[in-house]
Design a protein around this ligand. Structure first.
Ligand code: GAP
Length: 482
């Protein structure tokens, strides 16, 4: 059984072994903090993405979705403040040459203090760090690192440089001839694609404030401390929604979206005590209020989603840089204004890591006469990569043909998986390991009375049910409200 400390490693290994997530370019020894989703990981990812998209757009009549390009005009990032402000305070260890994000280095030390029983010192250290970060006191942060004798985990020394700021955006060239090329950035957030399209969507969609624009897409950040599997990647996916509102109403909508988004996470079947809010001490350059929804991962409470009251910062700056009016005429108050924005921004990869962490279970099934165990991924059925496995007991006597006809009935309605090879016990275990909620077994009785055995992943209970109506039954079981 994996203990709490190695549970995270066990999940990473499981993801690789069962086709969920692979290191990118693994045959060339991988690319740091970049990952590929395999056959089951990409199904899981798609299901989570679709669930978010539906809950934002289909279930909110005043929210529409767009799909903006990753490449944007370089001035976008001047206007958004990312060229000047999108940086993290970093410190280098002179001996190991390793670079750390200052807050991560201090937080790791605080965690070590807490696990060695020194909770008071840990709380004080984090409090001091927050206060210094809030006023961007980099000299003070270096002194704090020295005062606590924080060491580099590689060199074991405290030979630190000064704290400096590093921009996190990746740049590339647009155009084929290097000398003529324009430097452009890979977007570090999807939000700007929404801001620059604000008027296009508002006018063509005849949208009235308050309204939202949602988007799912890739974002890129040159993260310095890129570790912890898909928690912190250099290429990742965000699911963002910008909610355009009347100035002055931002705190009310901020509270509204905090509540809405927390409910969304809880409705994934995760117990409420696994979540908490964390208010930002040092606000991003665009925000007047901001918090994170944190989930208790096997590596501790960490951010999954950010909710930010972004004021009119982005639209106002795009108006200034583009010289195009970003105003909305509000007939209810008979006024033109630049709308304020509350955004919800959840990482798709972090949501996947949360769902995997919650679903992963190692079970000891040993009895007095037999040692047995299984690893099961208890995904909510609606998110499971495969919904139904169709398993003929043997490869002969016409059982595969019945299995194939069940596949034909079901595969257009939900993702099915057909398998004949190996004992039925081994096949069940493999389906448990990829989180398939239902398996049907076709046996000799099926030929007589047109019934199959359905096996439930979580309880491992089995029951006989008619083949007729199987697709309807599974459809009902995988719906969110079942
Ligand atoms: N538009 C606002 C914004 O980008 P953020 O808090 O920087 O805000 C939002 O990012 C979410 O994106 C985070 O809560 C996290 O889930 C995800 N995210 C950010 N950086 C990430 C990274 N390097 N790897 C994976 N997910 C990341």
């Amino acid at each position: 059984m994996a203990s709490d400390t190695n549970r995270f490693q066990a999940i990473i290994s499981h993801c690789k072994e069962y086709g969920f997530i692979f290191q990118s370019s693994e045959i060339y020894d991988g690319l740091s903090a970049v990952y590929d989703y395999g056959q089951w990981g990409s199904e899981l990812k798609k299901n989570i993405r679709d669930h978010w998209w539906k809950s934002m757009t289909q279930l909110h009549e005043n929210i529409v979705g767009i799909d903006a390009a990753i490449f944007m005009h370089p001035t976008t990032w001047k206007a958004s403040g990312h060229v000047d402000n999108f940086s993290d305070p970093m410190i280098d260890n002179r001996d190991s040459k390793k670079r750390y994000r200052v807050d991560h280095l201090i937080e790791a030390h605080a965690e070590a203090l807490e696990s060695s029983g020194n909770k008071e010192a840990s709380v004080k250290l984090l409090g001091d760090m927050d206060a210094l970060l809030a006023v961007s006191d980099y000299g003070g942060l270096k002194k704090l690192i020295e005062e606590y004798r924080i060491k580099c985990s590689i060199s074991g020394t405290s030979n630190w440089t000064d704290v400096r700021q590093f921009n996190l955006m990746f740049s590339t060239q647009l155009g084929s001839v290097a000398e003529d090329a324009d430097e452009i950035y890979l977007r570090p957030e999807t939000a700007q694609g929404i801001f620059v399209n604000f008027l296009n969507v508002q006018k063509t969609g005849r949208m009235k404030i308050p309204f939202g624009i949602a988007q799912v897409g890739k974002a890129f950040r040159n993260e310095i401390v890129a570790r912890q599997f898909i928690f912190r990647m250099r290429e990742f996916e965000q699911m963002e929604m910008q909610y355009f509102i009347r100035p002055g109403s931002q705190l009310e909508w901020y509270e509204y979206w905090k509540k809405e988004r927390m409910n969304w996470h809880r409705q994934l079947g995760i117990p409420p005590e696994k979540f908490r809010f964390h208010d930002h001490v040092k606000l991003a350059h665009y925000a007047d209020a901001a918090c994170d929804i944190e989930y208790n991962f096997p590596i501790g409470f960490k951010e999954v989603e950010g909710i930010h009251s972004r004021t009119d910062f982005d639209l106002k700056n795009h108006q200034e840089y583009s010289k195009k009016k970003m105003q909305y005429f509000d007939p209810e108050v008979n006024q033109n204004y630049i709308p304020y924005v509350v955004e919800t921004s959840v990482g798709l990869d972090r949501t996947i890591m949360m769902i995997l962490s919650e679903a992963y279970e190692e079970q000891d099934l040993s009895t007095a006469d037999k040692q047995d165990s299984r690893v099961v991924l208890k995904f909510p059925p609606a998110l499971a990569p495969v919904k139904l496995a169709v398993l003929p007991l043997t490869k002969k006597d016409g059982l595969p043909e019945i299995g194939r006809s069940i596949m034909d009935q079901c595969k257009s309605r939900f993702r099915c998986f057909y398998e004949e090879k190996d004992t039925i016990g081994k096949r069940y275990r493999r389906m448990d390991a990829v989180g398939t909620p239902f398996c049907v077994t076709i046996d000799h009785q099926t030929k007589e009375d047109e019934t199959v055995t359905i096996r439930y992943r979580d309880s491992m209970q089995q029951e006989r049910i008619p083949v007729k109506g199987l697709a309807d039954k599974v459809s009902e079981l995988i719906a969110w409200n079942s």
